[in-house]
Design a protein around this ligand. Structure first.
Ligand code: SF4
Ligand code: SF4
Length: 168
């Protein structure tokens, strides 16, 4: 398990800070392994994901250019890209996440919001489901979660919450 300092250094340029998150939807790229991969750069038509000088480098985001469109989410084979919108509602944020399981949820469904270790953190509500022929295996699910968990919830379990609460 990498230590906190290592993760902190890896997060720089990939994870938006509180100030950026308060200004509107933005990408969070949780790609911390140096692997030969770069489709996220090509997927971003705005140029917010800077060109890779070397294929093994980690992606770097210009958070002033990213508008949180989400086009890069299904392009990532590592399912490492999310969009966070902390301006969604006063107490709730929306996390857009890649989802490759069945069944695919529907808007309005109550699901369990899981953290990076698979622990259930809250009940979450699906607000939108995006599927495109271009990315036939990767659905993008928008889930509403308590704002305090916007940087924690990174997966969902369809079929409802097994004991989490929808507390803010
Ligand atoms: S969310 Fe949109 S603008 Fe931001 S990095 Fe991804 S593709 Fe680019
Ligand atoms: S596409 Fe995904 S796995 Fe590949 S470099 Fe970009 S964020 Fe990392």
């Amino acid at each position: 398990m990498p230590d906190a300092a290592w993760l902190d250094a890896r997060a720089r340029g990939r994870i938006p800070d509180q100030g950026r998150r308060s200004r509107g939807p933005c990408v969070a790229i949780e790609c911390f392994e140096e692997i030969p991969c770069d489709p996220c750069h090509d997927a971003c038509r705005r140029g917010a994901i800077r060109p890779f000088s070397q294929i093994n480098h980690l992606p770097e985001v210009d958070f002033d250019v990213c508008n949180g469109c989400g086009a890069c989410i299904p392009a990532c084979p590592g399912l490492a890209i999310f969009v966070v919108d902390e301006t969604w509602k006063d107490d709730f944020a929306v996390v857009r996440l890649p989802y490759e399981f069945l069944p695919v949820p529907s808007p309005g469904d109550e699901v369990a919001g899981l953290d990076r270790s698979g622990q259930e953190r809250c009940a979450a509500r699906v607000v939108k489901v995006e599927r495109s022929a271009k990315h036939d295996r990767t659905t993008v699910v928008w889930v509403e979660v308590p704002k305090s968990l916007s940087m924690e919830v990174r997966h969902i379990r369809v079929g409802g919450s097994g004991g989490g609460s929808r507390e803010v």
